[in-house]
Design a protein around this ligand. Structure first.
Ligand SMILES: Cc1cc2nc3c(=O)[nH]c(=O)nc-3n(C[C@H](O)[C@H](O)[C@H](O)COP(=O)(O)OP(=O)(O)OC[C@H]3O[C@@H](n4cnc5c(N)ncnc54)[C@H](O)[C@@H]3O)c2cc1C
Length: 347
């Protein structure tokens, strides 16, 4: 249930393992997957404990994943693995970045930074996180839609799922528009709305967190760059700047103050963005959990009901690997990662 990047990646992974899939989803304003900035940034959006290794593995799953998608759909999903810069704009910023440096990061001084990204030449230096980067999540989403539409083992029911009733060896889904549907497993991948599905009791810990983004009609950068208050992401001819993190329920509109804040944070990182002719803005709802880690795994009381939601700030990053793991769980294959940190019943 759910047709964002998480639900689509799961549907494809299951179907590729020979499982018949019914994908139940409806479009809603505020969906996170088309709204996201698409960063693959496990080194910066760092998770605690073994979840960090999971984030790195999720990032490194991307090259083979986009290759697979290109083979199957002809769609080339743009993937940037050039590394992410955390730009220091003050002496305090330099100190802060050096405290949080990972063994994989490298400090670039002013001259090295200027040579790498002339548009960041006002920076005092930057922490360089190799192999992090970004994917074009909008192209990825449409490629996965295409793959699902053409896959023999994936059927599609467009509409809202309202309730799940797990039994011992199966689970029944009720929808607004059609007869109940029973399957061996049901996977909750309904993003910020997961907790609204009656019977999906553990997903009540997932809440919406609005993020407002802007897009500039110019592309002065090759690398994703973070500053002290936000980030900028090059995407083809445009540059995306983000983002707010707001608890405003399911309201996915932009606000003048939010857009102003995001613009200030982006233009502080890359001042030439303020010369762009057009600036668009939009917002999406991140599905967040109290510890910002996803829920991936079965309900211990009802193993036919599986959770794959609450990916918070890293759902684009984690979508392909989440698909692999849910397919492992459903087909009872050995798991490539320990999922104990992501247990859905941990809250
Ligand atoms: C502003 C912003 C910036 C972000 N930037 C990044 C980033 O740079 N990198 C990164 O990794 N992540 C980022 N994220 C987070 C990422 O977008 C999410 O974690 C991820 O997209 C969640 O995917 P999802 O499929 O779970 O949810 P969604 O994309 O929201 O999809 C859920 C789907 O389920 C459907 N649905 C919901 N309820 C029902 C129901 N009852 N019945 C049927 N269908 C239902 C919805 O309509 C929707 O289509 C960002 C998010 C935002 C908002």
């Amino acid at each position: 249930m759910g047709g964002g990047l998480i639900g689509l990646a799961i549907a494809v992974a299951l179907a590729e393992r020979g499982v018949s899939v019914m994908l139940i989803s409806e479009r809603r304003p505020g969906e996170a997957s088309p709204a996201a900035a698409g960063m693959l940034a496990p080194s910066v959006e760092r998770a605690p404990g073994p979840a960090h290794a999971f984030g790195v593995a999720a990032r490194d799953r991307y090259p083979s994943y986009v290759e697979f998608i290109a083979d199957r759909t002809g769609v080339v999903v743009p993937l940037n693995r050039l590394g992410i810069l955390q730009v220091a704009l003050s002496e305090k910023g330099i100190k802060g970045l050096s405290k949080t440096a990972l063994p994989t990061t490298r400090w670039l001084d002013t001259k090295e930074l200027r040579e790498l990204e002339p548009a960041l030449s006002h920076g005092l230096g930057a922490m360089f996180n190799p192999d992090d980067g970004a994917v074009d999540n909008v192209v990825l989403l449409s490629a996965l839609e295409k793959l699902c539409a053409n896959h023999d083992r994936i059927s599609r029911l467009r509409g809202a799922a309202t309730r799940v009733d797990p039994a011992e060896d199966s689970c029944t889904v009720r929808t607004e528009s059609s007869a109940p549907y029973t399957a061996r497993h049901v996977v909750i991948a309904a993003g910020a709305w997961a907790g609204k599905i009656s019977g999906a009791r553990l997903a009540r810990a997932v809440l919406p967190a609005r993020g407002q983004l802007v897009s500039y009609s110019s592309s002065p950068l090759r690398h994703v760059a973070y500053g002290p208050r936000g980030y900028v992401v090059p995407r083809g001819a445009v540059t995306i700047g983000g983002s707010t993190m707001e608890s405003v329920g399911f309201d996915s509109s932009t606000t003048p103050s939010g857009v102003k804040k995001v613009r200030a944070a982006s233009e502080e990182i890359c001042p030439s963005l303020s010369d762009s002719k057009n600036v668009d803005a939009w917002a999406g709802l991140r599905p967040v959990t109290p510890d910002m880690l996803p829920m991936i795994g079965p309900d211990p009381k009802h193993p036919s009901l599986i959770y794959a939601c609450g990916h918070s700030r890293n759902g684009v990053l984690m979508a392909p690997l989440t698909g692999d793991l849910i397919a492992d769980l459903v087909t009872e294959s050995p798991l490539s990662h320990n999922l104990s940190q992501f247990r859905p019943d941990r809250f």
